[in-house]
Design a protein around this ligand. Structure first.
Ligand code: FEO
Ligand code: CA
Ligand code: CA
Ligand code: CA
Length: 829
């Protein structure tokens, strides 16, 4: 064969030279092919390509027609237009008198990764765009003689939209997702995560939960893992799933439910304790998008209430933490009631201790042995249970030296704090950072972030040279919202440090803790909780005036400090989420009741008091039974700002029986919800988390379950201040009314808020993350069938997910589901 001129066709109009993709330019491809055939002569690089309009055939083989025709390109096209995150297919139809090879390259527009670039039909995921943007592509068909015919096509990409049909509410005992999506059940309560551990029988006889998935899966997060087994933040097919295990459906953990007499049997207590904590489990995506977990992965780990931990920050080594286990207050055992979490840009996880107080036994007779100061603190945190939630302190262990049960006895029974566990409650209520990639490293309790009923710990948007901020909700009725600000400025080089926990030391051990005050005019302030500036907490009821003795005191008794500075009492601060595009902070305020916040107890940030006249028991539900989502923007977008602007993004409501004083956001049957809890923005590594990122809202509701099981919605929110000030009329019992002004965000529409998932019977939806590419979404289904009995479970999920049924008596299990879009696109778009 000679170097025929038929290859040097047409011209380059410059398009290929402005291609900003990583793909080889057309010139490069042509040069490669010349090079292969060793026919490239000086001057022959004028070889280029005719560029034709999309879908127009190109036949360019005049010279050799007849003997060996070039491929005949019948059509080149694409699926035309799409929105960000959708799969776009590029098609071609070429014929020749022999085999042809195909090559697609991108010639214009934002770079995309072509799948099947050497096939007649290629595809790509539409990139994130802020306005309609045209991408162009060129197709080449090459015959066995090396003769090429080319054509081009384009695809117009529009900004992201929620393209699925919003689900109708239901009370089915399965996970429901929109048409076009697939649910895969992943790790479930009891699944073995170590070699040799038996499959879970799920009949109450299983043991060894320190090597199984724990109960009540809560917050979760995906940590990518490379093929070589190293941290790889961008890996979407292999990773470590980190999940909290908050609490128990204790009735299903034992053959006939728990033994409800004291002392509790040791074997039962061991299971119950070990079923709490955190799990780290390797997940992989196999062929045909099949997701599985790896039972024998060396990365798999359980952190339980018995796992050794250390203390960091200002409280470390202070008398507040002295116990019989840790005489110097530097170490402790485990973590409990791990609710939500946080993740850092340096690759660690922050698991948070929420409702820890109730696990401790401290009968009222202990009051006589405590100082008035101690009693103020113990009452404020609710360390007042007679036996503790599960009676673990009552266990009489076979080994009398074993203190893993005794530690839950918070009475002062010894000669000093180092002789008993009176201070063990001070060892809980913290944010606990650990390294998912290093199972040998002890978790570190970050005391600088204060001691609360910590829901979670969410970092604000990180900016090099600025402080690191962490937003912290204290989830109890009337509790506060906090922010921690590091002393150190963010150094982007720290993100990939090999010593991840030392980076945590740098940013999370030294800084200032603030608490939020919300003003009626849509502004707010952060009040520092710094020793020397926090006034005494005044005497109230049987509490004496509380005089703080040190910064450690403020951090151990953070709620008292919040009281002292007059922080705004909130309607139960649950999750926080940071909008990755704007840096705005969203906060779920899940609900409140009339007992904690009466008709005259509203304020602009917690503005509603009403009755949801229907409910699961058809009884009155006064207060704010449906909750709301508040958002704020730091002034100057500075994480260290002491002031902010806020509004209320969404108000939960039952659209069927609410007036405009209640259904303030204009919800419809297609998107109404109650009790927002889990909250998460799509990752900015895919189209879901860019330009106008998707916000996922999960519910933990008891007020709306007459209408639907708990659910997850997805929204495309605007920004703080996109709505208006409104004055509503609140209505209490007996026809009493009061007006309240608040600041609502833009009204919801059926296009900007949709119902994406509904869970099985009696579950809560909590925990959500995706792979970095956004093509697999992981969602936590917590405590299905929580009101059932061992003899008569009220849910069979997840055993019934695939077929809709399961054998009678099947016990429910908390579990994670992986959700994929059948066409391979970004979930939700
Ligand atoms: Fe464990 Fe506040 O939810
Ligand atoms: Ca209702
Ligand atoms: Ca929660
Ligand atoms: Ca729950």
């Amino acid at each position: 064969m000679t170097a025929s001129t038929d290859l040097a066709i047409g011209y380059s109009d410059g398009d290929v030279d402005t291609n900003n993709t990583a793909n080889p330019t057309l010139n490069a491809l042509i040069e490669q092919r010349y090079s292969r055939r060793d026919t490239l002569r000086s001057g022959a690089s004028a070889a280029a390509v005719a560029v034709f309009g999309g879908g127009i055939l190109a036949a360019c083989d005049s010279a050799n027609a007849g003997a060996d025709p070039s491929p005949n390109l019948i059509s080149v096209g694409s699926s035309g237009s799409a929105t960000s995150g959708q799969v776009v297919t590029l098609t071609s139809n070429a014929t020749d008198n022999g085999p042809i090879t195909s090559a697609w390259v991108q010639t214009g527009g934002p770079a995309v990764t072509l799948i099947g670039a050497s096939s007649p039909n290629a595809s790509f995921i539409a990139p994130s765009v802020a306005s309609t943007t045209t991408l162009s592509f060129q197709y080449s068909a090459t015959d066995s003689a090396g003769q090429t015919t080319q054509g081009t096509t384009t695809a117009a990409i529009s900004p992201a939209a929620l393209r699925f049909t919003s689900l109708s509410k239901n009370k089915n005992d399965v996970v429901t997702v929109p048409a076009g999506y697939t649910v895969t059940v992943m790790t479930r309560l009891g699944d073995p995560i170590a070699p040799g551990v038996a499959a879970y029988k799920n009949d109450g006889t299983d043991t060894n939960f320190a090597q199984r998935i724990g109960d009540h899966g809560d917050a979760l997060y995906w940590y990518g893992l490379s093929a070589a087994g190293a941290r790889d933040d961008n890996n979407s097919v292999r990773g470590l799933m980190v999940q909290n295990h908050e609490n128990l459906n204790v009735q299903y953990l034992h053959p006939a439910g728990p033994t409800n007499t004291l002392p509790r049997p040791e074997a039962e207590a061991i299971k119950e304790i070990e079923a709490h904590g955190v799990s780290v489990t390797e997940y992989v995506e196999g062929a045909n998008r099949a997701w599985t977990y790896v039972q024998n992965s060396t990365f798999n780990r359980r952190i339980t209430p018995n796992t050794p931990v250390v203390f960091n920050g200002p409280v470390k080594g202070t008398h507040w933490l002295f116990t019989a286990f840790s005489n110097d207050g530097t170490a402790g055992r485990g973590t409990i009631n791990n609710c939500a979490n946080g993740h850092t840009l340096w690759g660690t996880n922050i698991t948070c201790e929420e409702n820890w107080a109730g696990y401790f036994a401290r009968p009222s007779a202990d009051n006589a042995t405590r100082s008035p100061r101690e009693l103020v603190a113990l009452r404020r945190y609710g360390v007042t249970s007679t036996n503790g939630n599960y009676g673990w302190a009552s266990v009489v262990p076979a080994d009398a030296s074993n203190t893993v049960f005794k530690r839950w006895d918070a009475r002062a029974t010894g000669a000093s704090a180092t002789a008993d566990y009176r201070n063990e409650p001070n060892q809980f209520g913290w944010c606990v950072e650990f390294d998912p990639y290093d199972k040998a490293a002890a978790p570190r309790k970050r005391t600088a972030l204060g001691r609360l009923g910590h829901e979670g710990a969410w970092l604000g948007k990180l900016t090099p040279g600025k402080k690191v901020s962490v937003y912290l909700g204290d989830d109890s009725r009337g509790e506060y919202f906090y922010k921690f600000v590091s002393n150190a400025n963010w150094d982007a080089a720290d993100a990939q440090s090999a010593n991840r926990l030392s980076i945590g030391d740098k940013y999370l051990d030294a800084g200032t803790l603030y608490v939020a005050k919300f003003a009626a005019n849509g502004t707010g302030s952060w009040v520092p909780l710094t020793f020397g500036t926090v006034p005494n907490r005044p005497a109230q009821g049987s509490d004496i005036e509380y005089v703080f003795e040190s910064q450690a005191d403020i951090l151990v008794n953070t709620r008292l400090a919040g009281d002292a500075v007059g922080a705004t009492r909130m309607d139960r601060p649950e999750w926080t989420a940071t909008n990755p595009a704007t840096g705005e902070i969203y906060l779920t305020l899940t609900n409140n009741n009339a007992g904690t916040r009466p008709l005259n107890g509203t304020d602009a940030a917690n503005p509603r008091h009403y009755n949801d006249p229907t409910g699961p028991s058809n009884s009155a539900q006064f207060g704010n039974p449906n909750g709301h989502i508040l958002r704020l923007r730091e002034n100057g977008d500075d994480p260290a700002s002491l002031t902010f602007a806020w509004d209320i993004y969404l108000f939960g409501a039952d659209s069927a029986d609410s007036n405009s004083d209640v259904n303030i956001s204009g919800l419809t049957a297609a998107n109404d919800f109650s009790s927002p809890d889990g909250l998460w923005f799509s990752r900015p590594t895919n189209a879901g988390g860019l330009v106008k990122p998707l916000l996922w809202i999960q519910t933990d509701d008891g007020a709306f379950t007459d209408r639907t099981n708990n659910q997850m919605l997805v929204a495309i929110p605007g920004t703080v201040g996109d709505g208006a000030a409104v004055t509503i009329t609140n209505r209490g019992t007996g026809g009493a009314t009061a007006t309240q002004t608040t600041r609502r965000g833009a009204l919801a529409t059926d296009a900007t808020l949709k119902r994406f998932l509904i869970g099985p019977v009696e579950c809560e939806i909590t925990g959500v993350d995706s792979t970095p590419d956004g093509r697999t979404l992981f969602v936590g289904i917590q405590h299905p069938g929580e009101n059932g009995t061992p003899a008569s479970p009220s849910s069979a999920w997840p055993a019934n997910q695939a077929t809709g049924s399961a054998p009678a008596g099947t016990r429910p299990r908390s579990a994670i589901v992986a959700i994929t879009k059948n066409d391979g696109g970004v979930v939700g778009l």
